[in-house]
Design a protein around this ligand. Structure first.
Ligand code: WT7
Length: 654
């Protein structure tokens, strides 16, 4: 596969270019450092000298029912971690805490968007997970079966995930913002037998009709035998007799104890679909022992997690951040996790700050998009609340511009909280590049250093390390790490070719990067994937959605720089001979195919696209037009006038 954008060309934000001159550095505040779990710089050297020893030391903090033999079996590009070991993820995240001194400690502190609240202690969460595990078994779910979860952010989504882990079923959580078609294709690819959903969820005062979407999807999903429906909104939904069952009819009466399935360290835990360069999403497969070790260790060390912390990660469980840093990482550590269902501006723009104040949140983890949104709403919203309980802030999902970083540090963190900028991916499962807040200084614009035991590099086109801090290159990871994905569901060939062939022997995450004194600056994707509000959207997926419209002959989709969302989707569409189609209709068509998260900001209907004489669409010029820049070199164009015509169409209001 060839990268579409050279790493030098992905720097949309002009600020990034000047970053290397950015000498601001924020060392750990002495008071923070003094109490930090990791204070000793030596951890990096120790882990580098003996990575397997480092990881197995952390794995030993988990509960295993059979010890492993070999720590790592590396048959590139396939890894096995903790070979022969047995453990159950639900037992590690819930059961063992419920049986010990944490039994009455709040595990999930949840707030619904309308203002309803629920707290589950570890003992209560354990009871719920065991009952749901029994319910799954009573409906025929067995080890290795796939279960799709399409739910709002309510405690039951975590219960459903953990119950799958309890019985050894492989869950596939699909974000509630995906459309029926997108849900159906994920269910079909995984071959799910059962779906867990809800009558709806609350978002900005409206009901998201999850059950209706499931009904539509299931018309084309013959593998699904049963559906469990949680009553959340109380709105009427049709129930298919023999197929659909209410959660409250099948779960509460179950026995409080269910035998946890003994799982091999390499048994699958979940698949999670993510966008790539083709029209077809990829089912990223994570397994049990290595994944749990990776998320357990990084949650503890990156967030400096202590017994009394109140931890709030704003991610939805539909994304990997929700898997690793709402559910599995924090719960395996026995933490108190705050969970919120809805929108940050409901009922007003201080919802998060109100929540932090009332719950005494100490660790807050969110996305740059959200931070830029808070900035644009104005500092008066956080200022009205007492945020002094906070002691650590984190960010994830896309590069954070130094302006947003410093605003976050000052307006939310009061200038006293370290900020960890965490780089990782659905595929890596765990945080890979960041700072350890009690050891490393943070440098705005830089994610930081490879986590202990992780080895990264920056390579040029030929695969040679880039040594100058002023040159960009391709980020790679050099050695296996426990939480790495093991393959793509049903597609090991794609796993090998997409990630491991560009630079032999190294994992290629498809991000550009620069490196300065051991610190990595992430420059963004170098493939046909764009990041819209931190979410990965494959431009090919949007293009295939567009060409599935009868009036569309050809489509080209690009990401345009957006001050809040990072990137916004812009589509250029050539209609079929003589066909009339409006921008709005095509936008709706994409939403129907993929979901609201992929709604293009603009769809430009145009008679032609800038192509080279050999017929290749010049996307760079499409980005120039969308971003209002003078077009770059257009000399290879078959028809140079096209760009001017596009510029005029772009200027016309939608
Ligand atoms: C892509 C992965 C990581 C969980 C949520 C997103 C970008 C992620 C950062 C960061 C710069 C980042 C990369 C990466 N990304 N974190 N701290 N700084 N870029 O997971 O949807 O799999 O996306 O997000 O481009 O490849 P994902």
């Amino acid at each position: 596969m060839r990268a579409r954008r050279a790493p030098e060309a992905v720097t949309h934000a002009p600020t990034i270019e000047s970053l290397l001159d950015e000498e601001r550095s924020f060392p750990p505040p002495p008071a923070f450092r003094e109490h930090a779990l990791v204070r000793d710089e030596g951890v990096y050297e120790e882990a580098a000298a003996d990575p397997e020893g480092f990881w197995s030391g952390l794995a030993r903090e988990l509960l295993w029912t059979r010890p492993w033999g070999k720590v790592l079996e590396w048959d590139p590009p396939h890894a096995k971690w903790f070979v022969g070991g047995r453990l159950n993820v639900s037992e590690n995240c819930v059961g063992r805490h419920a049986r010990g001194p944490r039994r009455d400690k709040p595990a999930l502190v949840w707030e619904g968007e309308p203002g309803d609240e629920r707290t589950l202690t570890y003992a209560e969460l354990s009871r719920e997970v065991n009952r749901m595990a029994n319910a799954l078994r009573s409906l025929g779910v067995r080890k290795g079966d796939r279960v799709a979860i399409y739910m709002p952010m309510v405690p039951e989504i975590a219960v459903a995930m953990l119950a799958c882990a309890h019985v050894g079923a492989i869950h596939s959580v699909v974000f509630g913002g995906f459309s029926a078609q997108a849900l159906a294709s994920r269910i079909q690819d995984a071959g799910a037998r059962l779906v867990v959903t809800a009558d709806g969820g609350w978002r900005r005062g409206n009901v998201v009709p999850l059950k209706a979407t499931v009904d539509e999807a299931l018309a084309s999903c013959p593998t699904v035998e049963r559906v469990i429906v949680l009553r959340r909104t109380g709105k009427d939904v049709p129930m298919a007799p023999g197929r659909d069952a209410w959660w409250h009819d099948v779960v509460p009466q179950q026995p409080d104890h269910a035998q946890a399935e003994p799982m091999d360290a390499e048994d699958p835990l979940f698949t999670l679909y993510t966008s790539g360069t083709t029209g077809k999403p990829k089912g990223v497969l994570h397994t049990t022992g290595g994944y749990l070790t990776g998320v357990y260790a990084t949650t503890k060390m990156v967030f400096d997690l202590k017994e009394d912390d109140v931890y709030f990660c704003t991610a939805d469980c539909g994304w990997v951040t929700g898997h690793s840093y709402v559910v599995y990482g924090p719960l395996s550590n026995g933490a108190t996790v705050v969970m919120y269902e809805g929108s940050p501006d409901f009922p007003d723009k201080a919802r998060f700050w109100d929540l932090i104040q009332r719950r005494g949140v100490t660790i807050f983890y969110t996305a740059p998009t959200a931070i830029r949104q808070f900035m644009s709403w104005g500092e008066e919203w956080p200022r009205r609340h007492d945020l002094s309980s906070l002691r650590l802030l984190g960010t994830v999902g896309e590069p954070i511009n130094p302006e947003a970083w410093t605003w976050y540090h000052r307006a939310i963190g009061g200038g006293r909280c370290p900020v960890v900028d965490t780089w990782w991916q659905t595929e890596t499962g765990m945080i890979m590049i960041t700072t350890l807040p009690g050891v490393d200084a943070a440098r705005p614009g830089f994610a930081g250093r490879p986590f202990p035991g992780v080895e990264a590099d920056v390579l040029d086109e030929e695969g040679k390390p880039v040594t100058s801090p002023h040159e960009g290159g391709y980020l790679v990871l050099r050695r296996p790490w426990p939480a790495m994905f093991r393959t793509l569901w049903n597609d090991d060939a794609r796993y090998q070719s997409e990630y491991w062939s560009r630079f032999p022997g190294a994992y290629f995450p498809k991000d550009g990067a620069k490196r300065d004194r051991g610190y990595y600056m992430i420059l963004g994707r170098v493939d046909d994937v764009i990041k819209v509000a931190g979410h990965r959207i494959g431009t090919m997926e949007v293009e295939s959605a567009l060409v599935s419209h009868p009036a569309v002959a050809e489509a080209a989709v690009i990401g345009k720089h957006d001050a809040i969302k990072g990137e916004a989707i812009v589509a250029y569409v050539i209609p079929r001979g003589g066909a009339q189609v409006s921008e709005q209709e095509l936008r709706d068509h994409v939403v129907k195919a993929l979901g609201a998260i992929a709604r293009p900001e603009r769809v430009i209907v145009t008679p032609d696209l800038p192509k080279t004489r050999s017929g290749k669409i010049m996307r760079r010029l499409l980005r120039d037009v969308a971003e209002g820049r003078p077009a770059g070199d257009a000399t290879t164009l078959a028809d140079p006038a096209v760009v001017e015509r596009l510029r005029r169409s772009f200027g016309e209001s939608p």
